[in-house]
Design a protein around this ligand. Structure first.
Ligand SMILES: Cc1cc2nc3c(=O)[nH]c(=O)nc-3n(C[C@H](O)[C@H](O)[C@H](O)COP(=O)(O)OP(=O)(O)OC[C@H]3O[C@@H](n4cnc5c(N)ncnc54)[C@H](O)[C@@H]3O)c2cc1C
Length: 282
């Protein structure tokens, strides 16, 4: 199928994009990397009257490292993240997960902001942002606001974005020297969407302290597993008793089956991913 007719605007500044969105809010959709939106247009799942293309807005495509945070513009592409020395040095969790996001052709175009806005429950980036304690910086013609990644992903392809808002950037705190990370996903083939995966951060390894354990591909949205964190907190990553308790706690999570498999099998896969991510914690 071919996309329906639409008007196309390619503003050169964020303020111009915001004004276009404000003036056409009911009928307009933002175009970032197009890796999800273009197929949605061709399948006619999305039928906007206007596309507002963000690809010429340079101010959205920068990575800025401050003392305490890294601020990543919403139009920064996965490939740009992979090539960034700042990301390699400061954000090892994100760095280690990037090669698992789709394939290089898609990573050449797909953006961090597009992935956050889409909120695909099987996508890696939303879970990585929660595990990294990130904040999403939103702007509209009237105001700007900051929403924590914990609160941003509200449901199946649903976020806290309000009409007229654009994701401007994403701020990620620089982890401390003692921080450790783990990432593991189960896919049929490398680059496929995950059947189940987990992103873990902890401010300290021995004992584990201030953990964030976030599952993806197993529920309607990325799921922070507080009970699982509690089971592991103050133990070590190879404490089999604590790991068993953590896996048991997955029974309390509101998991969802999908085209791959049902809920019980998702729970099993989530437990396997958790165990392996803990084994590789570094
Ligand atoms: C074959 C294939 C395999 C893939 N596999 C994976 C995978 O394994 N893991 C994974 O995570 N993803 C995967 N993807 C999706 C890919 O990562 C997309 O890049 C991503 O989901 C959307 O990013 P985008 O920049 O392409 O956004 P677009 O497709 O351009 O936009 C997506 C949505 O976000 C909105 N949006 C975009 N930018 C903003 C913004 N700044 N503010 C507000 N709203 C905005 C758009 O209006 C649209 O609704 C795959 C895609 C394909 C085609």
């Amino acid at each position: 199928m071919k996309a329906p007719d639409f008007n196309y605007q390619r503003p050169a500044s964020l303020s111009a994009a915001l004004q276009l969105l404000h003036d056409n809010d009911q009928d307009a959709q933002l175009l970032a990397g197009g890796q999800s939106l273009m197929p949605m247009l061709h399948l006619r799942i999305a039928q906007p009257d206007m596309l507002i293309d963000l690809n010429r807005i340079d101010e959205l495509a920068t990575i800025d490292a401050g003392d305490a945070h890294i601020e990543i513009g919403s139009m920064v592409r996965y490939a740009q993240l992979e090539a960034s020395e700042q990301i390699k040095t400061c954000l090892p969790l994100i760095c280690s997960a990037l090669p698992h996001i789709a394939h290089s052709a898609i990573r050449n175009r797909g953006t961090i902001g597009g992935s956050a806005a889409l909120a695909d429950p099987a996508a890696e980036m939303p879970a990585l942002l929660i595990a990294s304690n990130a904040s999403i910086n939103l702007v509209s013609t009237k105001a700007s606001r900051v929403v924590s990644a914990d609160d941003f992903f509200t449901g199946l392809y649903e976020t806290a974005l309000q009409p007229g808002e654009i994701i401007k950037s994403i701020s990620i705190p620089k982890p401390g020297n003692n921080s450790v990370f783990g990432f593991y996903e189960i896919t049929r083939r490398h680059g496929d969407y995950a059947m189940a995966g987990v992103a873990i951060s902890a401010q300290q390894q021995s004992p584990l302290h201030k953990m964030r354990v976030v599952f993806f591909g197993v529920a309607e949205k990325p799921l922070r597993a507080h009970n699982c964190e509690q089971a592991l907190e103050n133990g070590t990553a190879n404490d089999s008793g604590a790991i068993d308790l953590a896996i048991k706690s997955l029974e309390q999570l509101p998991l969802m089956g999908d085209q791959h498999t049902g809920v019980d099998s998702k729970r099993h896969l989530a437990g396997v991913a958790l165990k392996r991510a803990l084994q590789e914690l570094h």
